[in-house]
Ligand binder design. Structure first.
Ligand code: AVJ
Length: 324
């Protein structure tokens, strides 16, 4: 490392990155009720598995939201000034943003700011958009949008539309979701608009299979967290020692994903020994489901004014237009 050769520099970078994964994982694994942060799902394999999830017959949110957006895109962007920028929070692919970018007159959106933790996905997305929309300025931001980050200077003076598709904020507990809506309102500034995709409460018989599909893709997505920790956080999880579980928590209004320890076992993670009782779980994700009125109240409490809400005919999913 000190001899300054190229290999040393690469190894040092790698070590810093790897340290980041352990830092993100350890607090939750050392807590009395074990958790892992959902942002760790999205390494390359996790992004691939999530893409597969969005095409599962049981996973209704992505296709329902896409169809909904297709129908309302023109209305949703009407009234925005020419030369606006679209700022997408949690932008692992641009399929939904494209519907908005293409909805208005040419020149409505001149910039697009996709924000995501998955750097590789952002690079690929920027390249695709560069080819299909050569006049669009794309400013990817690699960030966890919960942590404060600065909007690229180039777009700060433009009229801004925030975009929270895919019920990304559904991963956050209500307090953090509230805070991220407040943070977004402040970052986007006066006169900004925001479009949020929000999954709706429904019969658990439809909801649970969306997070526990017959083909086992969601199980693989959940277990991939452990594979990632083995590789990037010096862990030695036995993947056969844990099982995927999805529960509907009616009181909290959320789907919970857990990894259940199949037996008593001890696992090493970044130099720590972590004990699991048989049946003990790592809580890996929440996915909150709202009612229409519930989400509107929620947005109001964060200082946004609900302008209009849309749902699909079966009321599976909703899209909300908000004004700052
Ligand atoms: C990407 C957060 C919208 O909660 O539905 C899908 C993630 N987890 N299946 C969701 C997810 C398991 C997804 N979001």
């Amino acid at each position: 490392m000190l001899d300054g050769n190229a290999h040393g520099a690469v190894a040092l970078d790698r070590a810093i990155l790897d340290h980041g994964v352990a830092d993100a994982a350890l607090p939750g694994l050392l807590a009395a009720r074990k958790t892992l942060p959902p942002k760790l799902f999205y390494d390359a394999e996790g992004c691939r598995l999530f893409g597969e999830i969005t095409r599962l017959p049981e996973y209704y949110p992505t296709r329902t939201e896409l169809a909904l957006l297709r129908g309302i895109a023109t209305e949703a962007v009407s009234g925005l000034p020419c030369g606006s920028a679209l700022v997408e929070y949690g932008a692992s692919d641009e399929a939904k943003a494209r519907l908005l970018l293409d909805a208005g007159d040419a020149g409505l959106f001149t910039s697009y700011v996709p924000i995501d933790v998955a750097e590789g996905a952002l690079d690929a997305l920027a390249q695709r958009l560069h080819r299909s929309h050569p006049a669009l300025r794309v400013h990817p931001v690699v960030a966890d949008f919960l942590a404060p980050f600065v909007l690229p200077r180039a777009v700060q003076a433009q009229p801004l539309m925030g975009f929270f598709p895919g019920s990304t904020i559904g991963n956050l507990d209500p307090d953090s979701a509230q805070r991220s809506l407040v943070t977004a309102r402040r970052a986007l500034g006066r006169g900004a608009r925001c479009l949020a995709g929000v999954d709706l409460r429904k019969n658990p018989a439809l909801l649970v299979p969306a997070y526990d599909d017959a083909a086992g893709v969601t199980a693989a997505f959940n277990l991939n967290l452990l594979r990632r920790l083995n590789r990037e956080a010096a862990a030695d999880f036995d993947l056969d020692g844990f099982a995927h579980r999805a529960d509907w928590n009616a009181d909290a209004g959320r789907i919970e994903m857990h990894l259940v320890s199949r037996r008593a076992q001890t696992v090493r993670v970044a130099g720590h020994r972590i004990r699991f009782a048989a049946g003990e779980t790592i809580h890996t994700e929440n996915s909150y489901k709202h009612t229409l009125a519930g989400f509107q109240d929620f947005a109001r409490a964060a200082g946004w004014r609900p302008v209009r809400s849309w749902t699909d005919p079966a009321q599976l999913f909703s899209v909300h237009l908000l004004a700052a």
